[in-house]
Design a binder for this molecule. Structure first.
Ligand SMILES: Nc1ncnc2c1ncn2[C@@H]1O[C@H](COP(=O)(O)OP(=O)(O)OP(=O)(O)O)[C@@H](O)[C@H]1O
Ligand SMILES: [Mg+2]
Length: 415
């Protein structure tokens, strides 16, 4: 008995023909001139499917001209073609030399369904891509409008912060005008004395005038007034700059190594007016390296945390800001002595629109947006809170952003 199957059985060619006939694969056998010598049942069915009434030999017209050249030189050509009827057929053409006689055979596979699925998948993919881009755009807009809304909320306070220095610069200018009037009058007194025949004789007059015009006081006060006015103007310039930094849209910009302490100070400048009457501020700044981030977005996070801390304090309390860096991460913590957060609420504070504040006071977006900004920076926000005693929020950011595909978003490690 032939067990190793190396030699074909006597009925070999009949067996092959039988197998060809029953298989679902469409196979066409050809002679040396490329004429069809055998077409199996699947090929006959496919020919009729590709074009009603067509015979298997018609399938050869589907082959592009270069298919034969390629198959003769390389032994094989494979490709996918779409018939006029729309049927998509995957074709493999084999050419070989057997006993000096060139033979070929072709397999056909109707892949219309797969191809349609691919087209559909591609369409869905494109659609998803478009939706994703729209969503990213909407999120950017949401971020921007939340930022603007916060600034809007703070506008009255910021206006006050600007008005205050402007007010005293204005009043200082009035005083300076008076002083200059006095100084001019004094100069005139000197001039009159100098132009007289005997200036020495005017010495007492000049001295009396000097006392009447309070020149010594003017000389002492004038530099102080100027210095104070300069500081006032610088303060306004700073607040306007901070506002500009805030309203800045950082979309599509690369993250830059940034000074988080500077960001903190700018943010405090903007929210300070809301806090200063009830909050004692404590700062424990550590050493911070420059941290790769979108500074204006991180400022937005800090602003939301500071506003929340202020709003959690009813009458009087403290906010403690601490910073530090270790193990390639920088952190900023903002702790308040306010109302604290109940354990069941703690699970929900990062949900969009979750708020415990009255309508008009809170939209519940502050922390949701802070969360998404920090997630984008591959960082995390940790919270601890004791109801009745206060809360602490800690923002942790990698000093250097992980490369594409690197790093882990640790935002779900919320306390
Ligand atoms: N420091 C905090 N102390 C006590 N509760 C807080 C503190 N920070 C946040 N919360 C709670 O989390 C909720 C959600 O905060 P979030 O900043 O997202 O929204 P909001 O402050 O209510 O409104 P918005 O920030 O949109 O003006 C708050 O309503 C509050 O109940
Ligand atoms: Mg808030």
């Amino acid at each position: 008995m032939n067990q190793d199957n190396t030699a074909p059985p006597a009925t070999w060619s009949e067996d092959i023909l039988w197998a060809l006939e029953v298989t679902d694969d469409a196979v066409l056998l050809l002679d040396g001139e490329g004429r069809v010598t055998h077409a199996n049942a699947a090929t006959r069915a496919l020919a009729g499917h590709v074009q009603p009434g067509a015979i298997p030999a018609h399938l050869l017209t589907l082959l592009p001209d270069d298919a034969w050249t390629a198959a003769r030189t390389q032994g094989r050509w494979a490709g996918e073609v779409t018939a006029l009827s729309g049927v998509v057929v995957a074709i493999v053409l084999h050419c070989g030399d057997r006993d000096g006689v060139v033979r070929s055979f072709i397999t056909f596979d109707d892949v219309s369904a797969r191809s349609a699925r691919q087209v559909e998948l591609q369409q869905r993919h494109d659609e998803l891509q478009r939706t994703y881009q729209r969503l990213a755009g909407t999120q950017e807009q949401l971020l921007q409008s939340e930022k603007m809304a916060s600034i809007g909320q703070l506008a009255a306070g910021v206006a006050h912060e600007i008005n205050n220095p402007i007010g005293y610069v204005h009043s200082n200018l009035g005083t300076l005008q008076e002083y200059i009037g006095g100084l001019f009058a004094m100069i005139e007194g000197f001039e009159a004395a100098m132009q007289s025949d005997d200036p020495i004789a005017h010495r007492d007059d000049v001295q009396a005038k000097r006392e009447r015009l309070d020149i010594d006081f003017i000389i002492g006060d004038l530099p102080k007034l100027l210095e104070e006015s300069r500081e006032g103007i610088e303060r306004v310039t700073k607040i306007v700059q901070d506002l500009k930094d805030f309203s800045h849209v950082g979309r599509d910009e690369a993250m830059r190594p940034s000074d988080l302490h500077r960001g903190l100070e700018s943010t405090l400048n903007i929210v300070w007016n809301d806090l200063k009457y009830k909050v004692r501020l404590e700062k424990h700044y550590g050493e911070l390296p420059l941290v790769e981030c979108h500074q204006s977005e991180i400022n937005q996070v800090l602003m939301n945390l500071l506003i929340n801390a202020g709003q959690a304090i009813e009458e009087r309390g403290s906010i403690t800001i601490a910073t530090g860096a270790e193990n390639g991460e920088a952190w900023i913590s903002i702790a308040d002595s306010g109302s604290g957060i109940a354990p069941d609420a703690l699970q929900r504070i990062f949900e969009p629109f979750y708020t415990t504040k009255p309508i008009g006071r809170g939209t519940g977006l502050g922390l949701a947006i802070a969360y998404s900004i920090i997630a984008k920076h591959h960082g995390r926000i940790e919270v601890t809170s004791t109801p009745g005693a206060g809360s602490g929020f800690r923002v942790v950011l990698p000093v250097v952003q992980p490369g594409v595909g690197g790093g882990v978003v640790g935002v779900d490690q919320l306390a």
